[in-house]
Design a protein. Structure first.
Length: 396
């Protein structure tokens, strides 16, 4: 795996695909700078070597070419604050203005190009668009894990123009290592915690990791498909009725492979999907009509605790309940505390997938995990065993 450590950037121009697709408020201020912070070590290495860092990214989903609300100019002041350096912003990503700015750049300069998705050629993976960007740099660095699963011009196609001079940035290298550590180089016992609302969205992951894990904890809305499949009464809880046979098939496969499946035994049930709803703690397979399970109960957490604390490798993908509502957040918070404790004792914990990442951030657990992934979709595809175009392009 060729990483940024293999290069000296002195007097070189590095064209770097970063993921600065950050959230903005109505005043176009950055509300979460994690992705910018994550790219800092890579950018620092290049400018400290005496190279020029040319940053390119997308922001949002512009539909009709340039739209002011999606301009990367809005993030410049925050990026300058995080990087501690001045940034030259160019209001285009290809063309004469960009070329002139790059030609005049001095060692240590940072240039930020305008939103790549203002050109439809970016998402189309257009070769001539990729070539125009490629002309700007001597070395191509991909540090955008969040878009590594897309075969876009700036993530996959551009690498062809740098047969020898291409590498992974520190962030992307760390993402690959962390997922590899769980899938191929894990210390046992390995525990996978899968939450979220649907079994269907996790089925490929489950199939890919069953050979590699010892325990699987199932939480979130998807647990009710498993409970109903086994004859339980789930009231008004969310369920995929067309996936009941699939749930039984997963349980059967897990048993054949000696993987222990842990399904919640009690839940916090509510009479409405509302933080102000009436609640009661009931058995997970005996939820009264008109009630729905929105979090796991205390008995369940007691059962999950030793499984997590004895683990040496933990993958956490998806919350246990509707943590966005305070009344139904306790299961997810407590699970996070267990994983933090196991990590402190030496376990390797990888958190990924949008909602679990949001949960660890919201509850201040981020620094207590071994690694928190920056790319939801990309991480899920790697866990499914897929080869990501952005990673394959550097490796070939």
């Amino acid at each position: 795996m060729k990483t940024i450590s293999d290069f000296n950037f002195s007097n070189k121009k590095a064209i770097i695909r970063v993921d600065f697709n950050v959230p903005l408020n109505e005043q176009f201020q950055v509300t979460d700078d994690n992705r910018i912070t994550a790219a800092k070590p890579t950018i620092d290495k290049i400018v400290n070597d005496g190279g020029v860092a040319i940053l390119m990214s997308h922001l949002g989903r512009p539909k009709n070419g340039p739209e002011d609300q999606f301009s990367l100019k809005h993030i410049v002041s925050k990026a300058e604050e995080v990087l501690g350096k001045k940034i030259t912003f160019v209001s285009d990503s290809i063309g004469s203005e960009v070329e002139k700015t790059v030609a005049n750049a001095q060692p240590g300069d940072i240039i930020l190009l305008e939103n790549l998705r203002f050109y439809k050629e970016e998402e189309a993976g257009d070769k001539s668009f990729a070539e125009k960007i490629a002309k700007l740099g001597d070395i191509y660095v991909n540090d955008a894990f969040g878009t590594a699963h897309r075969a876009h011009a700036s993530t996959a196609i551009i690498a062809d123009f740098f047969p020898e001079n291409k590498c992974f940035g520190y962030l992307l290298a760390k993402e690959i290592e962390s997922i590899d550590k769980v899938l191929n180089d894990s210390q046992k016992p390995v525990v996978a915690v899968l939450g979220g609302s649907k079994v269907s969205s996790k089925i490929t992951i489950i199939e890919n990791i069953l050979d590699k894990i010892d325990h699987m904890i199932i939480g979130g809305g998807m647990m009710f498909t498993f409970i109903k499949a086994q004859g339980g009464h789930i009231g008004n809880s969310i369920v995929e009725d067309d996936k009941l046979d699939l749930a039984l098939e997963i349980l059967k496969k897990a048993k054949e492979k000696n993987v222990q499946i842990h399904i919640p035994v009690d839940v916090i049930a509510a009479d409405a999907f509302d933080n102000n709803a009436n609640t009661q703690t009931v058995d997970a397979d005996n939820i009264p009509a008109g009630w729905q399970g929105l979090d796991v109960g205390p008995k369940t957490l007691e059962e999950f605790k030793p499984v997590i604390l004895n683990a040496k490798t933990i993958l956490w993908n998806g919350p246990l309940g509707v943590f966005e509502m305070e009344k139904f957040a306790q299961g997810t918070i407590t699970l996070g505390d267990f994983i933090a404790e196991a990590t402190k004792k030496g376990a390797f914990s990888l958190v990924g997938g949008g909602d679990s990442v949001a949960a660890v951030k919201q509850f201040g657990l981020e620094d207590q995990m071994s690694y928190v992934s920056t790319g939801g979709g990309a991480m899920l595809e790697m866990l499914e065993g897929k080869t990501l175009p952005g990673i394959a392009a550097i490796s070939k």
